[in-house]
Ligand binder design. Structure first.
Ligand SMILES: [Zn+2]
Length: 211
């Protein structure tokens, strides 16, 4: 069991502590990134809780939360994982792809998490892999996180592309995105904390060894 904090990007109606209320707006329908980040985070949370993890969201409603406070929740919970969930936007409607970020020079566990989440997210969106990159996003600032916490930010897709806009009210697709975030966390955990090897002892009972 791991402790996981998921951060639905943006929220509310006013800028707060470096967090903008919304960034990307889908085209042509005008769906707001902040609604999608909360929807996907809830789906990821449900999947991770079902797998036995302790999961918190930095917000449960349409409110904004300062970037430092989003990270502080992860520190307060002594989280193993912090994932900030976002969708991208660009003026050029042909821009598309999936990417993740960790803080430049952050602990390697954050880079590993970013790569694990990216691999699953790309499978879910089917879009181009734009890479696991580094960026100084305030929610990832290592000075705001415990050393034990792997922290990354995912930009699932560009909702300014009309083809993506058309998928955004498909609950099956949104569920797939949520499950991809969850699977990325689990892939990271599996690599970080290998399961004890199981060996068969002479009386036929299996015993767990190693750590
Ligand atoms: Zn965003």
């Amino acid at each position: 069991m791991a402790i996981i904090v998921l951060d639905p990007g943006h929220g509310g109606s006013a800028k707060l502590g470096g967090s903008s209320p919304n960034n990307a707006v889908s085209r042509p329908r005008g769906i707001l990134e902040k609604q999608l980040t909360l929807d996907v985070a809830r789906r990821a949370k449900a999947r991770l809780q079902a797998a036995g993890h302790a999961v918190w969201l930095t917000r449960n409603t349409d409110v904004n939360v300062a970037l430092a406070d989003r990270a502080a929740l992860a520190a307060r919970k002594r989280a193993d994982i912090f994932v900030s969930i976002h969708f991208n936007g660009w003026t050029n409607a042909t821009a598309q792809g999936t990417e993740t970020f960790s803080w430049p020079g952050s602990p390697s566990r954050s880079e590993r998490l970013a790569r694990a989440v990216l691999a699953e997210a790309v499978k879910a969106t089917g879009y181009a892999n734009r890479g696991a990159k580094t960026e100084t996003f305030g929610v990832l600032d290592p000075s705001r996180h415990l050393a034990i916490t792997a922290a990354c930010l995912v930009e699932l897709s560009f909702i300014t592309a009309p083809a993506e806009d058309a998928r955004l009210d498909d609950a099956v697709y949104l569920q797939r995105l949520g499950e991809a975030v969850a699977a990325g966390c689990e892939d990271y955990l599996a690599a970080q904390f290998p399961r004890p090897t199981v060996r068969r002892v002479e009386d036929g009972v299996t015993a767990r060894t190693g750590g």
